[in-house]
Design a binder for this molecule. Structure first.
Ligand SMILES: Cc1ncc(COP(=O)(O)O)c(C=O)c1O
Length: 397
């Protein structure tokens, strides 16, 4: 059994704050500060450039990939970290398209994170006018997997509502139609159990600054099924994805296995912080995390619905269809969230009217949920949100 009191003690959580936004940016693992500082002083400071070899910096992207892989059911050697998630989406879809050269359609849904759609739109524009990004409602995806679809690109857990797509069923359906799948796991990795190998997924991508707690700007990751890696041509053919980067050949040759999905110099400071976060994840079992997460979200929904009738549940009521976040609709949701934050409960807001709360058992417990709902109820019942200072929009919501 995962000891959640022990994992909670390993995070730096500010006094008087209930942090329900780990689905957007995880909190600071206590060990990260010393780890990054040691790396700066002893490795960067003393080893200088020799740190790439002596301190193993160059191997960090795949080492971290394997540690993340344990949480999402990936085969060893099938994940590499680096870049940002938007870049990894581009990379995955570009490679996936090349596996289906006779088809020109990428299918996605309107619940997808806009950056995924923007990246694919940009990619398809550079490939030519015959390519099409087809966006349908999330509930219509299965009916639209047709013989002309090259790539099915979906975010497994909807960033706004938390609704889960059935990865196994949709991947099976896609394969039956000769379609390659790209799964965005931004709101899945560390949130719900994922089993990429069993689902027979082709490509998957995700970020490490949300549930994995790698810090702002932490690197993304990309998974390529081992059965495909050697066929995959990297569209972003940077030197560190080359078979022999330090040969400095003028011609590109894709590197071995997942190494080919590397692009350029990895962000080592950020990777060191992520490795401190992964030490905490090594203490956790994803099934325990899921069980606890469901208990927390069920408790939150029950208490909010009892105390705040103005808030409408925007997440699936069935916990099996919901990720590790809960969203409520409220017309003045922005102001209500600002008021909540001012009272020490941090969640976030997604336009036009979604108040979003993330539940992260590594450091959130029942008492936190009770405290958060007590404050939310006070804000809603006494209209504390209805003040000018809570209505001024900031750039990050
Ligand atoms: C589902 C999803 N995809 C893509 C992104 C974009 O990630 P990045 O800013 O790391 O490129 C996000 C960011 O929150 C996301 O939630």
């Amino acid at each position: 059994m995962t000891d959640f009191a022990a994992t909670k003690a390993m995070f730096n959580l500010p006094q008087g704050v209930v942090y329900l936004d780990g689905n957007s940016l995880g909190p600071l693992p206590r060990a990260a500060r010393d780890r990054v500082s040691d790396m700066m002083v002893q490795e960067w400071g003393q080893m200088l450039i020799t740190g790439w070899n002596k301190a193993g910096w160059m191997a960090m992207p795949t080492g971290l990939g394997d540690r993340i892989g344990r949480l999402i059911g990936a085969e060893p050697g099938s994940i590499v970290t680096g870049d940002t998630l938007s870049i990894k989406v581009y990379q995955a879809v570009a490679s996936a398209l090349e596996l289906c050269p006779d088809r020109k359609v990428v299918l996605s849904d309107s619940g997808n994170f806009p950056s995924d759609l923007y990246m694919v739109d940009g990619l398809l524009r550079s490939l030519g006018p015959e390519y099409e990004l087809r966006v349908v409602a999330p509930e219509d995806v299965a009916d639209n997997v047709t013989e002309d679809v090259a790539v099915l690109m979906l975010t497994e857990v909807d960033y706004r509502s938390g609704r889960i797509h059935d990865m196994k069923a949709l991947t099976e359906l896609a394969h039956a139609h000769g379609t390659v799948t790209v799964w965005d796991l931004a709101h899945s990795a560390g949130a719900i159990p994922v089993d990429l190998a069993t689902c027979n997924a082709d490509f998957a991508v995700g970020c490490t600054y949300k549930y994995l707690n790698g810090g702002p700007g932490a690197p993304a990751f990309i998974y390529v099924a081992p059965r495909l890696t050697e066929q995959v041509r990297p569209a972003l053919s940077g030197w560190l994805g080359h078979e022999s980067p330090f040969a400095f050949d003028l011609d590109y040759r894709a590197g071995n296995g997942i190494e080919r999905m590397r692009v350029g110099t990895p962000p080592i400071l950020q990777m060191v912080a992520l490795s401190a976060a992964m030490d905490i994840w090594d203490m956790a079992d994803m099934q325990d995390v899921r069980t606890k997460s469901i208990e927390l979200t069920e408790l939150f929904i029950k208490r909010v619905e009892a105390a705040c009738p103005d808030l409408q549940l925007a997440s699936p009521r069935n916990p099996a269809q919901r990720g590790s976040q809960v969203s409520f609709r409220f017309a003045d949701g922005y102001a209500a969230m600002q008021a909540l934050i001012a009272h020490g409960v941090i969640g976030d807001f997604r336009a036009p009217d979604i108040m979003r709360f993330g539940f992260t058992p590594l450091y959130i417990d029942e008492q936190d949920v009770e405290n958060a709902v007590g404050i939310l109820a006070d804000i809603m019942q006494n209209r504390l949100w209805d003040a000018p200072e809570f209505k001024v929009r900031q750039s990050v919501t």
